[in-house]
Design a protein around this ligand. Structure first.
Ligand code: NAX
Length: 325
């Protein structure tokens, strides 16, 4: 067997992690021949629950699970890791706004950004904890591992959008390609209905109902997180975990020719976005953890309005946390 791949997961006793850890340990993500060593971070009050999760992981007797370390110290958790999935933070409860979340969760990512300097030289960090774009910015600015090593999760929004388009068009999810969620993982995100394709054709041609595409489709994707909270009384967990692993796999496997995936990464000014904002872009990867922004996608004036709105929201969030950068 090869050397174990070392994966840190923060907030490891929480709901999203509960759906991530067993898939990582089972070989479903890195394959049956690649052992996985899990390094799990929690805060002291959650260590008892984390011990229970470890018991369950061991009780699965996964042949690919090479070891588990648990700790409440970020430096220990990130020591030597190849992947760091930063989930740990408070989820949005009923009635909570993004500003409340930024205040609660931003400071966590200062210490974790610094601690990531202990990671392996090939580390890739995926930020899931909300507000994930701005938390990712905070971690990146407090770390020396390299801006290209960081990304924040837009994948749940991408998956939600693809699923809705498949349902509306009566086609399979696999046929819905080239979906980009521009900007922020927030209800101002812009799910691009002009560049997405269904069975290789523009969705606008296949669906025909432009009013739905520009209206209900976008609103449903934007508000899906809040709708799940209203229905379930808790924020998306299994679907968020699935999206985090899809995100990881999109970096670890080559992107299909002609397609792209959505993730928020450090802007180098593409599409006129301020440098260093963590912005949701269309990306491709050769499958070695690196990524490239797909440039030159067309946008109508209407779409440019949506784009500007979400860009301004991220600028405001950056202003809000400037003391942490
Ligand atoms: P839970 O409350 O179930 O779990 C969070 C865990 O993080 C808890 O066990 C807590 O003890 C731990 N934690 C808190 N502070 C920590 C710290 N400083 N270091 C390590 N661990 C810490 O929440 P869960 O449902 O798992 O959600 C986690 C985060 O994901 C939330 O911020 C949530 O808003 C966010 N989400 C992000 C999504 C996205 O698309 N980017 C979608 C789903 C979800 O809303």
């Amino acid at each position: 067997m090869a050397n174990p791949i070392r994966v840190a997961v923060t907030g490891a006793a929480g709901n999203i992690s509960y759906s991530i850890l067993f898939r990582l340990a089972s070989g479903a993500i890195f394959g049956p021949d690649r052992p996985v060593h899990l390094k799990l971070l929690e805060i002291p009050p959650a260590m008892k629950a984390l011990n229970g999760v470890v018991m369950e992981l061991n009780d699965c007797a996964f042949p690919t699970l090479a070891g588990i370390d648990i700790t409440d110290k970020a430096e220990t958790a990130f020591d030597g890791v190849n992947w760091a999935i930063l989930v740990g933070s408070k989820p949005r409860g009923p009635g909570m706004e993004r500003g409340d979340l930024i205040r609660e969760n931003g400071p966590i990512f200062v210490g974790q950004g610094k601690a990531l300097n202990k990671a392996a030289s090939d580390v890739r960090c995926i930020v899931v904890g909300n507000p994930c774009n701005t938390n990712c910015l905070i971690a990146m600015k407090n770390s020396d591992v390299g801006n290209d090593r960081f990304s924040a999760m837009m994948r749940l929004d991408q998956n939600r959008a693809q699923s809705l388009l498949a349902e509306k068009s009566g086609r399979t999810v696999k046929e819905v390609t080239n979906m980009v969620i521009w900007g922020n993982h927030s209800n101002n995100q812009y799910p691009d209905c002009e560049n997405v394709r269904i069975g290789g054709k523009p969705a606008t041609e296949v669906i025909g109902d432009k009013e739905w595409l520009l209206g209900d489709f976008i609103k449903t994707v934007q508000n899906r997180g809040a709708d799940v909270i209203k229905a379930r009384g808790a924020s998306s967990a299994a679907s968020a975990a699935n999206a985090a692993l899809d995100h990881l796999l999109s970096l670890a496997r080559p992107t299909a020719a002609g397609d792209w995936f959505s993730a928020a990464v450090c802007s180098d000014g593409q599409y006129g976005v301020d440098k260093e904002l963590i912005f949701g872009y269309p990306l491709t990867s050769p499958g070695d953890g690196t990524w490239k922004v797909v440039e030159g996608l067309p946008m109508s004036d209407w779409a440019k309005g949506k784009f500007e709105k979400v860009l301004n929201e991220l600028r405001e969030e950056r202003e809000f946390v400037k003391g942490l950068l």
